[in-house]
Design a protein around this ligand. Structure first.
Ligand code: CDV
Length: 308
């Protein structure tokens, strides 16, 4: 059986606050059809792909907050995407805000196989931003008010003929994200993101957003011998410019496909999952070369402990 998988990074441009889920799903379907026409077997959509990026606003009414969340998946709005993908026998990964039946709020991404079954669900672990309204900012980043960290951590699933993991946006900046999945044999890591170009705590980082985005994902791919697909919701959304530059990255760390625009666009690559072996069995042969006895601090402490 072939271990080659044609993957589409299905980047989205901005979603207006007034845009309905039904309209967004039409856009997702258009991307699905473009990807299918180019032979894609897996289409990867961004983080929070069904609505505008609502953490930029301080919302006091919990009902209003909850209006951005999905209580079930699929639901009436997303059913056409599930049905069409299954009909085409194309799998997909979709990010959305999840409100569970016991009232937990997660930033979630699911992996749907080509037969329509849900192969995996990931809930964002690293929740960036702040909890309270900070009036000095041009816009808010209140993820820490609206989301809890996912309790399951970083899992992988056997799907699409390989071993697949997921991460969401800020997770991609942390080496532990990739390593924990690498230690479970990950061959493909799917990452959706919403990254404002303006970083209020330190605007000197603004011009480096594109560099940092690719830096972390290319390093994560190479150091773990895995494919990485990073997909943006980019462009100017409700007055906030966000990074695009969605990319498909090989286990060599090389970008093999990249979106050129800041809008709805697919970037496609034929990904040979067997290429992971070249790295996993040589330079990054974990069993042979890792030295976990020297890595205890990584799980035993959170912040840096400086010498006296
Ligand atoms: N959605 C995100 O997680 N965004 C963060 C921003 C706040 C830095 C990111 O890491 O891109």
């Amino acid at each position: 059986m072939s271990r080659e998988l044609v993957i589409a990074a299905a980047q989205l441009g901005p979603i207006a606050r007034s845009e309905s889920r039904e309209t967004v799903v039409e856009r997702l379907l258009a991307l699905l059809h473009q990807a299918d026409a180019q032979g894609a077997e897996l289409v990867v959509y961004p983080e929070l792909a069904l609505t505008t990026f609502f953490p930029r606003w301080s919302l006091d009414d919990q009902n209003e907050v909850d209006s951005f969340f999905e209580r079930e998946m699929p639901n009436a709005a997303t059913r056409p995407l599930f049905d069409e993908a299954k009909k085409l026998r194309v799998g997909f990964s979709l990010g959305y805000a999840e409100l569970t039946s016991d009232e937990h709020h997660y930033d979630t991404q699911i992996l749907v196989e080509r037969d329509g079954s849900v192969a995996g669900k990931f809930r964002k672990v690293h929740i960036p931003g702040h909890e309270k309204n900070e009036a000095w900012r041009k816009f808010q980043h209140l993820e820490r008010r609206y989301f809890e960290p996912g309790p399951e951590g970083f899992q992988v699933w056997r799907a699409f003929g390989g071993i697949v993991g997921m991460a969401i946006c800020n997770d991609r900046r942390w080496p532990e994200t990739y390593r924990v999945m690498g230690l479970q044999g990950a061959e493909l890591i799917l990452i959706g993101y919403n990254t404002p170009l303006h970083y209020a705590p330190d605007p000197s980082q603004n011009v480096l957003q594109g560099f940092h985005n690719h830096l972390v994902m290319q390093a994560g791919a190479y150091q773990n011998g895995t494919w990485v697909v990073g997909v943006a919701k980019g462009g100017c959304e409700e007055g906030v410019d966000s990074l695009a530059q969605s990319a498909i990255i090989a286990p060599s760390g090389q970008i093999v496909a990249q979106c050129r625009s800041e809008g709805d666009e697919v970037a496609i690559a034929r990904c040979d999952l067997d290429m992971c072996k070249s790295y996993k069995s040589t330079l990054f042969d974990f069993e042979r070369y890792r030295m976990p006895e020297y890595y205890q601090r990584i799980t035993e402490q959170r912040g840096a402990v400086e010498p006296d």
